[in-house]
Design a protein around this ligand. Sequence first.
Ligand code: NDP
Ligand code: 2IT
Length: 486
Amino acid sequence: MQQRLRDIPSPWPENRCGELLHSYERLDRTKQSEFMTLHQIDEKLEPIIADVLRRNPGEPEFHQAVYEVLESLGRVIAKHPDYADNALIERICEPERQIIFRVPWIDDAGKVQINRGFRVQFNSALGPYKGGIRFHPSVNVGIIKFLGFEQTFKNALTGMPIGGGKGGSDFNPRDRSDREIMRFCQSFMTELHRHIGEYVDVPAGDIGVGGREIGYMFGQFKRLTNRYEAGVLTGKGLSFGGSRARKEATGFGAVYFVERMLGRRKTGFEGKRAVVSGSGNVAVYTMEKIRAFGGKVLACSDSNGYVVDEGGIDLDLVKEIKEVRRQRIEEYARLKRNGVRYVENGSIWDVPCDVAMPSATQNELTGRDAGTLVRNGVIAVGEGANMPSTPDAVRIFQEAGVLFAPGKAANAGGVATSALEMQQNASRDSWTFEQTEERLAGIMHDIHDSCAETAEEYGAPENYVLGANITGFVRVAEAMRALGVI
Ligand code: NDP
Ligand code: 2IT
């Protein structure tokens, strides 16, 4: 029997739309239809959301990701009711395969450590599963499922032949020696290698996984399989089959997207003040491209705090601190005293700016933060991270008329360039930086334009959330229909 929404605990206690979703059953008929209109939720979709909540308990990030996509699909179902046939949407919400495994390794003190490894192979309608690996203590199956679900639509938006997947571990790389990182990566790959392959599933990096970790994992894959299968992982170093511009691609791509979005309002980054959260791979190259487009980045952060540099963030210093010394961002303020402020445990979104680019992690920008940004006159928000804005924050931006680029569209440049790396590996070729960046820019412009066109087609101009969700969904749905009940 189908469970009702009221029987399921609210997945996002702090969120207005989470509360609304939870209390839907208690509203009278008029209020229920107001809710439906507000959220564009087709009545056929409500039991699907209820089922996802019931069948995936304790996974609030996965609930949130599914809810945010299904919220956009009401208009598609109204126009093309057949997309709701044959449990197509239910199948899209169910991962094809979920792998959970033990990762034992030995630390530098000789002590045996245990972590949990995950790979969720979400959807392969468009191509082999593709998506990053995250090493962070917060990782659990719900987080990997949310990321795999998002990845499926993101990858569809790139227009490349790649399905969606995600993996990771609750391993905390912080303060671990290089040898410990290597031993962990080798143990992780010792299990993962049986589940991946050039035509099966192609992992890459994400939080806590960069070129160094991909190198150790590729080395172990090669050793276990006795195959130089370059296309099995992307984000590789240039010395062993990596693509130029992959490291820069997510950040650069996000800025290309936002620049084009601003262009529709006859403006651009030139002369704008930007705030970029995080100081990892995505954040660093987002900052670099903003500067190249004539903008000034005032602040960046890590999980301990944020730095504000009114003179504009000194990127060489950030790279030195984060990529070479692997230290905390607080070090920036220590090394560069003049005009620099370090704030511990505050919100970086309190810093007034024209463009905000959250590039750290999920739900890092709340409704409160969105309110502050709007009051401070923000004109555009581009998500470099995956789902960094809470549903409340997204609604506040949209209601205030702020241009809002959702992660699955704005940060797709990373995975798109991974697909370019796969192309180079398959043809045993190696392109120049310029060639690769040009392809990336073209892909980002195409993603922007197709999201904008879809939003207009469905009567919601400038609603990039709707545009991205519908475009991605339709591409996956069309392929799934053609492949039969799979
Ligand atoms: P990195 O590990 O290189 O950097 C992550 C940054 O975010 C660090 O500054 C980190 O700070 C900060 N951060 C991580 N977790 C938290 C947290 N819980 N609270 C506050 N800050 C946090 O990762 P990436 O730059 O690769 O990834 C950033 C985001 O971009 C993620 O959402 C990822 O899924 C997304 N993404 C990444 C792509 C890629 O190609 N790498 C592609 C598309 C999206 P600290 O060092 O203190 O932990
Ligand atoms: O979230 C993402 O898109 C990534 N972490 C990159 C995935 C990839 O396969 O390059």
